[in-house]
Design a protein around this ligand. Structure first.
Ligand code: MN
Length: 155
């Protein structure tokens, strides 16, 4: 399992261009395509990963403004991805939106892993867009965003 010291030094990372960046970690190609299209249409830059470890690597390299992660991934689980992100000083403050079609049986596990919000699949595109905006802008707290969206709220 990756440890909390795996992030490269800040000086090794690519400089930002001012455009908000969203990292999507999703192994299903159709879901990935959908997420990318929705996020890009909002004017955000999209980074994509199809495994948990690739997602962690990109998170460290690019320090995105938001991470959207599937829970069922082919290598480590999305829950482990979230726990690792939240355990690292460099990535702990990045909002994480978890999403899964299989989450209801493990609500406690999702809560314990520390994601900022969760949306069940199939997602509502309208709600997903509002969630993206609110988590990125931080104009709304996650709790406020969730109550507005009537989505599953973690914290
Ligand atoms: Mn999956």
């Amino acid at each position: 399992m990756p440890n909390s010291n795996d992030c490269p030094p800040l000086s090794d990372r690519k400089p930002g261009n001012g455009i908000k960046q969203v990292l999507v970690i999703e192994d299903n190609s159709l879901n990935l395509k959908m997420f990318k299209a929705i996020i890009a249409a909002q004017g955000y830059d999209v980074l994509e990963a199809t495994t948990g470890l690739q997602g962690l690597e990109l998170a460290c390299q690019h320090h995105p403004n938001l991470i959207v992660t599937d829970i069922r991934l082919p290598d480590i689980s999305g829950l482990e991805v979230i726990r690792t992100l939240k355990s690292r000083v460099d990535t702990a403050q990045i909002p994480v939106l978890g999403t899964s079609a299989h989450a209801l049986a493990s609500d406690n596990t999702i809560q314990e892993c520390g994601c900022d919000a969760f949306m069940p699949k199939p997602i509502s595109i309208a709600k997903f867009i509002l969630m993206l905006r609110s988590l990125i802008s931080r104009e709304l707290s996650a709790d406020t965003a969730i109550s507005l969206l009537d989505a599953s709220v973690i914290r």
